[in-house]
Design a protein. Sequence first.
Length: 427
Amino acid sequence: MNVLLIGSGGREHALAWAIAKSPLCDQLFTAPGNPGTAQCGRNVALDIQNFEEVVRFIESHDIALTVVGPEQPLVQGIADYLINRNHAVFGPTKAAARLEGSKQFAKDFMSRHHIPTAAYRVFTHEQFQDAATYIQSQNRYPVVLKADGLAGGKGVLIPESEQEAMEALKELKEGQLKQASEILVIEEFMEGEEASVFAICDGNGFEIIGTAQDHKRQLDGDKGPNTGGMGAYSPSPLMTDEMLSVVREQIIEPTIRGMKEEGSPYTGFLYVGLMLTQDGPKVVEYNCRFGDPECQVIIPRLESDVLQHMYQSTQGALEAEQITFDTHFRTTVVLVSGGYPGSYQKEQAINGLEQAETLSDIQVFHAGTKQFNDEILSAGGRVINVVGSGPTLQSSIDKAYKGVECIHFNTMFYRKDIGAKGLKHVS
Ligand code: AMP
Ligand code: GLY
């Protein structure tokens, strides 16, 4: 079959790599893609916000399956648009994508289905004064403030005092997040370690396809501002078989069942961000897509055919027992442009990519890069993912950093402690 993959990050390069090696894949197109996805198939310059243009491409290129990487088009309803025109699409409908697209929907949904999560209250834009009074009366810090809508990873504020909380409220009401925070969720701060679980879902059922831990902060020791993700490893040693079966029974099963019961069956990848609290695992957030960079450490572990699993899911016929993995750990270090997530320089020549790729147990996935003549240049905040593989977490970390040593570009920056927090849990 011909496949259209939508997106342009490291996540999409990892997906493109896995789809291209499927015996079911005839031609792979990625829109808009990056120089990494161009090695796996053909990049096409489609405007992915323009669903009509996407459908025209699907029809003129005999595309049998469209795979949607990022959340934005899903939350805007690209899956509904394609399904209504009889095109198979891997990714949730607009109604199902509300699990990520609306924090209020997600919280109310969890409450309706008794899925463990932080206690919360919802306030509208007109009730911001009530929100302030509520925070003051609770008088418990830190407290968590979340803008309801998509906010590019910037919609969560965690003030640590009353003064900070009042400033955060003002920021949400009047600042850049004004639109996303027309509805505001205030929730209890949960203590514990974070880990993520990923499931592939076909509307009726699901299968867990991996666990991972991300490193969201910019600097070593989890310091500095939040980023899209500076590195990840899989599997997470915190996610023992026991813990996974609790997550499966108390969280993922009721989520998939609940979405189906409410008339919005969930198809696609489901990302469940968890806090492992003293009272057990609780949901921090759902995302309606794969994580980036978590995808880059989970997909390479998959031995079975991801394209087959995705296609089956779109038909409501996922054969979960066909999903198999290798036993190695994977760690990815993200090479970013110095300054990211603040301002940074682009268009720096990247050297050593081929050298890194020739090393054993190392894979390189492109994120913010672009081709210029025969050079690869940096073109975004997160630029390159170097993935190391090994029989232990430590060996996968060592491999990843060995790959990193080969690569250089002006302003390049990366964290030196990716995986360290996982090593604490390995005996
Ligand atoms: P999100 O943008 O939803 O991924 O949230 C960003 C980060 O905020 C999460 O990864 C957590 O570290 C933190 N966070 C969100 N909600 C809570 C909560 N209720 N308690 C503690 N930390 C939270
Ligand atoms: N790595 C975090 C995310 O994909 O949202």
